[in-house]
Write a protein that binds this ligand. Structure first.
Ligand SMILES: *Cc1c(COP(=O)(O)O)cnc(C)c1O
Length: 324
């Protein structure tokens, strides 16, 4: 991500401001509990169900907050994002709600269903060849030519602040938590969780959870600098990031209690748990946090928050994974 490192780090005040903008627009998603999960871990688990958020993932929070924060002129010119996943749909939908034109840069081989969904939310889709073209360069060129604001999926102060509102709502609803597990890709959701927990639940330990194959943040924290890894092979397609960002890395470094990893097999097992026990469709990436809690052996007697991040999974793929 080619982000200027001069951008200011967001604080809890920005999370509060984001909450004001999202009030009455984003769903205040339910917090669910499960006796089975409590019995299995010996803890009291509180699941914040962002699979039930607008567009099916927490990304709506950061996308809407970022576009709403633009001044009227910038908003009228519009925004550009590159993504084939949940960020694209979030930007497209938030832009439509706020009257901002949106341009989404997607690979020519993105699933038709995703391209169609993004267009249906009202975005213009610009296709590029993954093997010969650089999407960031295309995004920057479009931004320069048309005066569009480029909104990245995680490394942006307003995106991080927006994502922090999920954990803010969770703590406001259930009270103090000893620990929170958060699904971790580039670190927008986890950085935001750290800001909210730091202000509302002092002493609460926030853990980011990555797929085993995509442990770029864990490696970066160990090395004390941003470490770049090749695109990881994992079913957690929302966490196939190759490095934390210039903003998310320092925030995670200063605030996170640790980063843990889980296997793809554990993600499938957790998808099955959500479907069978809680009647919830959760995408593989959305299972990271819960899978880590289920694997932990030190939760007895603790109050533990789990941020379930999204539910966008093709039904045929969902069926194949849980049947396997
Ligand atoms: C984007 C995404 C993540 C990772 O979020 P980051 O802010 O990049 O860490 C996790 N789960 C889902 C469902 C996502 O769409």
């Amino acid at each position: 991500m080619d982000q200027p490192t001069t951008q200011r780090l967001p604080t809890y005040a920005d999370v509060e401001e984001a909450a004001g903008r999202l009030d009455g627009v984003a769903h205040r998603t339910p917090v669910m509990t499960s006796r089975t999960a409590n019995a299995r871990t010996g803890a009291e688990l509180f699941f914040k169900m962002e699979n039930l958020q607008r567009t099916g993932a927490f990304k709506f929070r950061g996308a809407y907050n970022s576009i709403a924060a633009l001044d009227a002129d910038a908003r009228a010119r519009g925004v550009v994002a590159f993504s084939s996943g949940n960020h694209a749909q979030a930007i497209a939908h938030a832009g439509a709600l706020l009257g901002a034109p949106t341009v989404i840069v997607m690979p020519t081989d993105a699933p038709t269903i995703k391209v169609t969904a993004t267009r249906e939310y009202g975005a213009e889709v610009v296709l590029y060849d993954r093997f010969t073209e650089d999407r960031e360069a295309i995004g920057r060129r479009l931004a320069a030519e048309r005066g569009l604001a480029l909104i990245p999926p995680f490394d942006h102060p307003d995106v991080i602040a927006g994502q922090g509102t999920a954990t803010k709502e969770l703590i406001e609803e259930v009270g103090h938590l000893d620990r929170i597990y958060v699904c971790l890709g580039g670190g927008g959701l986890t950085s935001g969780a750290c800001l909210a927990a730091g202000a509302l639940a002092p002493g609460c330990a926030v853990y980011g959870v990555e797929p085993e194959a995509g442990d770029d943040v864990r490696r970066s924290l160990e090395a004390g600098r941003i470490v770049q890894i090749p695109v990881p092979k994992t079913i957690a397609d929302g966490a196939q990031t190759t490095a934390p960002g210039a903003l998310t890395f320092p925030l995670l470094q200063a605030n996170v209690a640790g980063v843990v990893t889980v296997s793809d097999a554990a993600l499938v097992e957790t998808m099955r748990f959500f479907a069978e026990r809680m009647k919830q469709v959760v995408e593989p990436t959305g299972c990271l946090a819960a899978a880590a809690a289920f694997a932990a052996d030190d939760l007895a007697g603790k109050r533990v928050g789990i941020v379930v991040s999204g539910g966008n999974v093709d039904l045929a793929r969902f069926a194949a994974l849980i049947a396997g």
